[in-house]
Design a binder for this molecule. Structure first.
Ligand SMILES: Nc1ncnc2c1ncn2[C@@H]1O[C@H](COP(=O)(O)OP(=O)(O)OP(=O)(O)O)[C@@H](O)[C@H]1O
Ligand SMILES: [Mg+2]
Length: 446
C-alpha cells in the first residue's frame, strides 16, 4: 500500500517539479498543477491497465503467470494465484479419488447403477451393463424404470418398498441358458437411489441341486426300507414254512445290501468332494489296475448273470498313472460294472488302455449291449440319474456310479466321454492328460 501511495504521489510530483523548473516564472504554478493532474491521469490509466490484466486473467481462468510485479495488484494476483492453485490441487485430488472409487465399483462382481432424484441413470458399471443390457452412450440419463421392463421389477419399483430384493431374469437369459438376477434398490442422499444387482443363477442351481439331492436320497432309502419293514411285518405276523422264510430273508438281505451300496456311494462322493486333489507324486502301474478290474469284472459277471461275459482286456503300452489308486480303481471298475450290468452275458466287453502320440492315454470300455438313447447321454453323470429306473433297480444300481466316475476324472484332470447308440452298445472313455501318464519305469529299462 505504501508503494501504491508513493508511486501515485511521484507521478504527480515529478512532472510538476520538472515543469516548475522549465516553465517561465509567471506560469510556473499553473504548469506545475497541469503536470501534476496529467501525472495523476497517467497513474490512473497505468493502474487501470494492471487491474484489467488481472481481470482478464481471472475471466480466462488461465493458470499461467502474468508479471504484475510488486504493488497492490501484484499482491492481489499472487494471492489469487495461490488460492487458484490450492483449489486446482484439491479438485485434482478429489477427481483422483472419484476415479479410484469408480474403478472400485467397476471391479465389483455385482452390478451397480446410480439414479438421480428423477430415477434417471447417472452411472453404471460394466456388470450392470451386462445384467440389464445397458449401453453407456445410449442409456445414460434414461429413466431406469423405462429400460428395465420385467413385470416383477416394475411392480417392485412402483411399490417404493425397497426393504427386500426382487428376483428377475437377466437381459441375456434364455431357456437353454437361464440368468437369474437379484436386484435391490437402496435410496440414499436426497432422493437418489443405488441399484445393486447380483447374478444368482449358480446359487439357485446349487440350491435346486441340493433340494433334488435330499429328495433323491430320501426316496432311494425309503424304497428298500419300506420293502424291508413289509417283510419284517410278514415274518412277525405269519407262521411261514422254512423255505418261504429263507426266501424272504434273501429278499431282505438284497434290500439291506442296496441301502449299504447307496450309503457307501454317497460316502465316496462326499470323500471326493472333501479331499484334496490327487498329487502327481504317487505313480500307479496301469497293469495292476487292469488286473484288479479283470478279476472283479469276472466275479461280478458271474454273480449277476451266472456266466461270465467274454471280457477282452488290452493295453498298447506299459504305463504308469499319477493319482489316487483307489479313486482310479473305483472309476474304471464303475464303467466296467455298467457294461456288465447293462449288456447280456453273451456279448463281448472290450476294455482297453491306449497311449496316444501326444502323451495322453485313453481308458475305454466298449460293450455291445442295449445302448443309450441320445437324449439321456448329457444327463448320465447327474447324481441318481438312471435311464430305466426299473431295469437299474433290478440290477442294484443307485445312479451314482457315473457321477463318481466324472468326479474322479475331473480330479485327475481327465475327461469322460460317452458314445452310445440304442441297440448297438456304448463306449465310455476317460482321457488322462499327458502330465499324469508315463511309460512304466520297468518297461523303459527293458
Ligand atoms: N454301458 C451301459 N449301457 C447302457 N446303459 C448304461 C451303461 N452305463 C450306464 N448306463 C445307464 O446310465 C445310468 C447311470 O449309470 P450309473 O452308473 O451312474 O448308475 P447305475 O449303474 O444305475 O448305479 P450305480 O450307482 O450302482 O452305478 C444307468 O442307470 C443306466 O441306465
Ligand atoms: Mg453304474
Amino acid at each position: 500500500m505504501f508503494w501504491r501511495i508513493a508511486t501515485f504521489l511521484l507521478c504527480q510530483f515529478l512532472p510538476a517539479l520538472a515543469l516548475w523548473n522549465i516553465a517561465p516564472s509567471d506560469q510556473q504554478s499553473v504548469d506545475a498543477l497541469i503536470a501534476a493532474i496529467a501525472g495523476c491521469y497517467v497513474w490512473l490509466v497505468w493502474d487501470a491497465m494492471r487491474g484489467k490484466r488481472l481481470l482478464s486473467w481471472l475471466r480466462a481462468g488461465d493458470t499461467t503467470d502474468i508479471p504484475l510485479g510488486s504493488g497492490l495488484w501484484g499482491e492481489v494476483f499472487d494471492r489469487i494465484r495461490k488460492l487458484v492453485r490450492a483449489r486446482d490441487r484439491a479438485a485434482l485430488e478429489s477427481e483422483r479419488r472419484l476415479q479410484d472409487f469408480l474403478a472400485g465399483l467397476q471391479a465389483s462382481p455385482n452390478g451397480v447403477v446410480m439414479l438421480d432424484v428423477e430415477g434417471r441413470i447417472e452411472w453404471f458399471n460394466q456388470t450392470a451393463a451386462s445384467h440389464f443390457g445397458f449401453d453407456a452412450r445410449r442409456d445414460m440419463l434414461q429413466h431406469f424404470g423405462n429400460l428395465v421392463r420385467d413385470p416383477g421389477f416394475a411392480a417392485y419399483y412402483a411399490s417404493r418398498n425397497f426393504q427386500l430384493d426382487v428376483k428377475m431374469p437377466g437381459r441375456n437369459s434364455s431357456a437353454s441358458k437361464p440368468v437369474n438376477l437379484s436386484v435391490h434398490l437402496h435410496p440414499y442422499g436426497e432422493g437418489r437411489s443405488l441399484v445393486l444387482s447380483q447374478d444368482i443363477t449358480s446359487k439357485e442351481q446349487a440350491e435346486a441341486m441340493r433340494r433334488d439331492f435330499v429328495a433323491n436320497v430320501s426316496h432311494e432309502i425309503r424304497t428298500p426300507l419300506t420293502v424291508l419293514s413289509g417283510f419284517v411285518e410278514t415274518l412277525q405276523s405269519l407262521p411261514l414254512q422254512a423255505d418261504e422264510r429263507s426266501r424272504y430273508l434273501d429278499l431282505m438281505a438284497q434290500q439291506a445290501q442296496r441301502m449299504q451300496t447307496l450309503v457307501s456311494d454317497l460316502l465316496t462322493l462326499s470323500r471326493l468332494e472333501g479331499s484334496p486333489l490327487p498329487t502327481h507324486m504317487e505313480w500307479i502301474a496301469v497293469s495292476a489296475l487292469m488286473a484288479q478290474c479283470e478279476q472283479d469284472a469276472r466275479d461280478l459277471s458271474r454273480m449277476l448273470w451266472t456266466q461270465s461275459h467274454p471280457l477282452r482286456f488290452t493295453a498298447n503300452t506299459v504305463c504308469e498313472i499319477a493319482g489316487s489308486a483307489s479313486e482310479l480303481q473305483s472309476a474304471m471298475f464303475n464303467l466296467i460294472g455298467n457294461a456288465i450290468r447293462y449288456s447280456p452275458p453273451d456279448m463281448a466287453i472290450e476294455i482297453s488302455w491306449n497311449s496316444m502320440a501326444d502323451g495322453s492315454a485313453v481308458f475305454s470300455v466298449k460293450d455291445y449291449g442295449a445302448g443309450i438313447a441320445p437324449e439321456h447321454i448329457p444327463r448320465l453323470t447327474e447324481r441318481f440319474y438312471r435311464v430305466d429306473r426299473s431295469r437299474s433297480r433290478e440290477t442294484g444300481g443307485t445312479g451314482l456310479g457315473l457321477a463318481i466316475v466324472k468326479h474322479v476324472s475331473q480330479r485327475h484332470g481327465a475327461e469322460l466321454e460317452i458314445e452310445s447308440s440304442p441297440g448297438k452298445g456304448s463306449r465310455f472313455s476317460i482321457t488322462f492328460p499327458a502330465q499324469r501318464v508315463r511309460i512304466a519305469v520297468s518297461a523303459t529299462d527293458v
